[in-house]
Design a protein around this ligand. Structure first.
Ligand SMILES: Nc1ncnc2c1ncn2[C@@H]1O[C@H](COP(=O)(O)OP(=O)(O)O)[C@@H](O)[C@H]1O
Ligand SMILES: [Mg+2]
Length: 257
């Protein structure tokens, strides 16, 4: 299917004697936001690393935009990796260099653009993300949590990837800033048509942004569907997981349409 941008089929991953992923099958559709929720140690980051071609499964298949990436060598994998923009927990900015240099980094690494052209593009991205021109000269430590997220997003968007992946983007943020990040994820989808895969343990965030929610427990998918399916129709384990979070899902707004 053309709209099945990310497809995993029965993916297993073992580190030594530890079975971390136990037969994961999922589809992330083009233009949609897929959110993988689950507790700490469930294998969420490991799953994400398989999607972005940083890890190979012990068995099973991974298709990105129709291409089977498991048999690929490093050269081809690097081509696949460029389809992804990654937004990490705490934005993962380098504190010793300015915002300008942080955001310019992917262009310096992966393109032969002139310094002038790179600076122009960085300023353009910062502006699109609602950051003032003078932010470029600042160091990450001088910014608020929400601004750092925007800078992290600007950097992830520099190579205009069709897929954005986020590993716990709201982790460590206050509720207000977390909701801002949700809005930003939805905005990226609406403005640039990006497909998003979001790893989260933030149930409120999941309900606000997900078209599809997947619950991962101890390396296994125990439920998948819309967030409302997980709360009500996908079995006792899922509804209990959501109840345990203490989030009153009936009262949450939805930004995904
Ligand atoms: N490179 C690795 N080598 C060995 N064990 C790993 C590696 N990566 C992850 N693990 C183990 O896999 C399990 C799941 O980790 P992770 O995917 O980071 O979980 P989560 O992101 O859901 O918290 C953990 O027990 C972790 O120690
Ligand atoms: Mg993790």
């Amino acid at each position: 299917m053309r709209d099945d941008l990310v497809v995993l089929k029965d993916v297993c991953k073992r580190f030594g004697s530890q079975q971390v992923l136990k037969g994961i099958s999922l589809v992330a559709r083009r233009g949609e936001t897929t959110v993988v929720i689950g507790g700490s140690g469930a294998g969420k980051t490991t799953l994400l690393r398989h999607i972005v071609a940083l890890e190979k499964p012990t068995s099973g298949a991974v298709f990105i935009d129709g291409e089977d990436i498991v048999p690929m060598g490093e050269r081809e994998l690097n081509r696949i990796r460029k389809k992804f923009g990654m937004v990490y927990q705490y934005a993962a900015l380098l504190d010793s260099i300015t915002v300008l240099e942080n955001v310019a980094f992917p262009l310096v690494e992966h393109t032969k653009l002139s310094r002038k052209e790179i600076d122009t593009r960085v300023h353009e991205k910062l502006r699109i993300l609602g950051l003032d021109a003078n932010v470029a000269k600042k160091f990450p430590s001088e910014l608020s949590g929400g601004m750092r997220k925007r800078v992290g997003l600007a950097r992830a968007l520099m190579l205009e990837p069709p897929i954005l992946v986020y590993d716990e983007p709201t982790s460590g943020l206050d509720p207000l800033t977390s909701r801002m990040v949700d809005d930003l994820i939805e905005e990226m989808r609406q403005r640039f048509g990006v497909t998003s895969v979001v790893i989260s343990h933030d149930i409120a965030s999941c309900f606000r942004i997900a078209h599809q929610a997947i619950l991962l427990i101890r390396g296994e998918i125990v439920a998948q569907g819309t967030p409302d399916d997980l709360a009500h129709g996908a079995g006792e384990v899922a509804s209990e997981f959501i109840r345990q979070s203490g989030v009153d899902v009936a009262r949450l707004g939805r930004v995904a349409s």
